[in-house]
Design a protein around this ligand. Structure first.
Ligand code: ZN
Length: 514
């Protein structure tokens, strides 16, 4: 008995010691993350053109150091020790997840030959530059040889990481762990079947007249609108910051420092308004993770679908409702006086104007889904059917016609519009739509528990909705996979039906069909 007790104590000592060592090691690794994130923030907001070389050299230096630490033998030994069942079982859930996830990443990284990694990184950088040029001149032939190389090297890259897996499955898993291709096939098929008839019905109705919105909108006032909206939805300005950038993004430095950017267009105030709400949704997630998870893998949410579900919940499910604007529409008019002359109902028609268009990032919430389905089908054609690169533009255009009934006039408004493929981010696109599908389910669960969202919003109680999301989803960071979150919050498996119901109910009312 005494002997067994001493053995247990001894085991506990070993565990505590290794956990402390690992935590210290992760603490050091996080410093590189922090500084690289800050460099990224600076590069995309304030940094001047002429400082490019010095900045690239700083980024290369810190990235190389980080890679060295993340693949060191010493690190691998610590993780291995903690994977021993007798130690692993005694860890708390956050540390178990940390050991599991970081062991997976460590092993993946260790399988990639260093010279391949360097050459892949360089290929992607060159390919991004070629894509920019090709997009500007709408000339696919400029990008084609680079894309071809990125595709073959991405296949090789995932083969190193996950040698026994189908490469596209491995890619999907990088962006939304645990949601496989079969599940996405099923859900996207449900959506396609439901959306095409809805879109037909909407297209039979006249488009709203939006000429009253035309004009020039002060950019400083647009920035104030952003601050007003961020405060309204629950962004904590003491735990974040805002800046301007070419493309809006959110950056999590730590739970106490989550930043958002925006872009302002003089002739299109809706762009900055909805980007503010979207990025605000991402930031609210990051700011509300339980601080006790700091230093573990739980505080890093790299499930893109889950993250996107939170930004899109605020942007679309809440932000495109009339009731969302009731408490703040007067404030919008005070900051941008043009809105004083635009009745709220007209504003609501403008923010819900559904019609097929070429560009994904400018699409409404309904046709947006079809833009993503197109990209998912393209990626499967690339990775599973090995369609030659020079055939891709035509395939894109055919799919555009099949899904949205329109055909791009040039590749600039077709296959060249997104940057994702230029840097090898294949498998990322589906996560945007998965986010919306989750949202349909979250909305259903929220209304079951709290009653009509419209009533809550109209009474100015949006903070109760934010608090519900904090409690049900945000506080846990990435402790649970998306599928687990859906089970915990909605008590059911992934399905597109609630999203379709939301669309049908909303647009039948807005467009007056049944
Ligand atoms: Zn987003």
């Amino acid at each position: 008995m005494q002997h067994q007790k001493r053995e247990a104590e001894c085991l506990e000592d070993v565990m505590n010691q290794t956990v402390d060592q690992l935590k210290e090691y992760l603490h050091n690794l996080r410093q590189y993350d922090h500084i690289l994130s800050l460099l990224y923030w600076d590069m995309n907001t304030l940094a001047p053109e002429k400082g490019l070389e010095a900045r690239v050299s700083a980024i290369n230096y810190f990235s190389a150091e980080q890679f060295r630490l993340a693949t060191a033998d010493e690190y691998g030994r610590m993780l291995e020790e903690l994977r021993k069942p007798e130690l692993f079982d005694a860890l708390d859930p956050a540390m178990q997840l940390t050991v599991k996830r970081y062991s997976r990443d460590y092993e993946r990284f260790r399988r990639i030959p260093e010279d391949f990694y360097t050459s892949y990184t360089e290929t992607k950088t060159r390919s991004e530059k070629a894509w920019e040029k090709a997009k500007q001149s709408a000339d696919f032939s400029v990008f084609a040889p680079y894309l071809d190389k990125v595709i073959s090297m991405t296949k090789e890259y995932v083969h190193y990481m996950e040698p026994d897996r189908d490469p596209y499955e491995a890619l999907l898993d990088l962006y939304e762990e645990g949601i496989d291709g079969d599940t996405i096939d099923r859900v996207f098929a449900e959506l396609k079947e439901g959306l095409l008839p809805l879109l037909n019905k909407i297209e039979e109705c006249p488009r709203p007249d939006l000429s009253a919105l035309e004009g020039s909108y002060d950019m400083i006032a647009q920035k104030k609108v952003q601050d007003m909206l961020l405060a309204y939805i629950g962004f904590d300005a003491d735990a974040g910051a805002t800046a301007e950038s070419e493309h809006p993004f959110t950056l999590d430095l730590s739970i106490g420092d989550v930043r958002v950017t925006n872009h302002y267009k003089e002739d299109d105030p809706l762009s900055a308004i909805f980007s503010a709400i979207h990025e605000g949704g991402h930031a609210i997630f990051g700011q509300n993770i339980d601080p006790s998870y700091e230093g573990t893998a739980v505080e890093k949410v790299d499930m893109m679908g889950l993250h996107e579900s939170q930004s899109r919940f605020f942007e679309n499910i809440l932000g495109r409702r009339r009731s969302f604007w009731v408490p703040v529409y007067d404030k919008l008019g005070e900051l941008l006086p043009q809105f004083k002359d635009i009745p709220l109902d007209m504003f609501c028609s403008a923010i819900n104007d559904v019609h097929p268009s070429m560009i994904r990032t400018e699409a409404d919430e309904v046709t947006y889904c079809l833009h993503i389905i197109l990209r998912y089908e393209m990626e499967k054609a690339i990775f599973r059917d090995n369609i030659p690169t020079d055939k891709l533009p035509q395939l894109w255009n055919d799919k555009m016609e099949e899904l949205l009934g329109i055909r791009p006039e040039n590749d600039g408004e077709g296959i060249l519009q997104d940057m994702h493929w230029s840097d090898g981010s294949f498998g990322y696109f589906p996560s945007y739509l998965l986010g919306s599908v989750y949202d349909g389910m979250f909305l259903e669960a929220l209304e079951t528990e709290m009653g009509s969202v419209d009533a809550i919003l109209e009474e100015g109680r949006i903070s109760e909705i934010t608090a519900w999301l904090n409690k049900k989803i945000h506080q846990y960071g990435s402790l649970y996979t998306s599928a687990e979150v859906l089970q915990r919050v909605c008590g059911r498996e992934l399905t597109a039906q609630p999203l379709l119901e939301y669309f049908y109910k909303k647009y039948a009312k807005l467009y007056g069909f049944c």
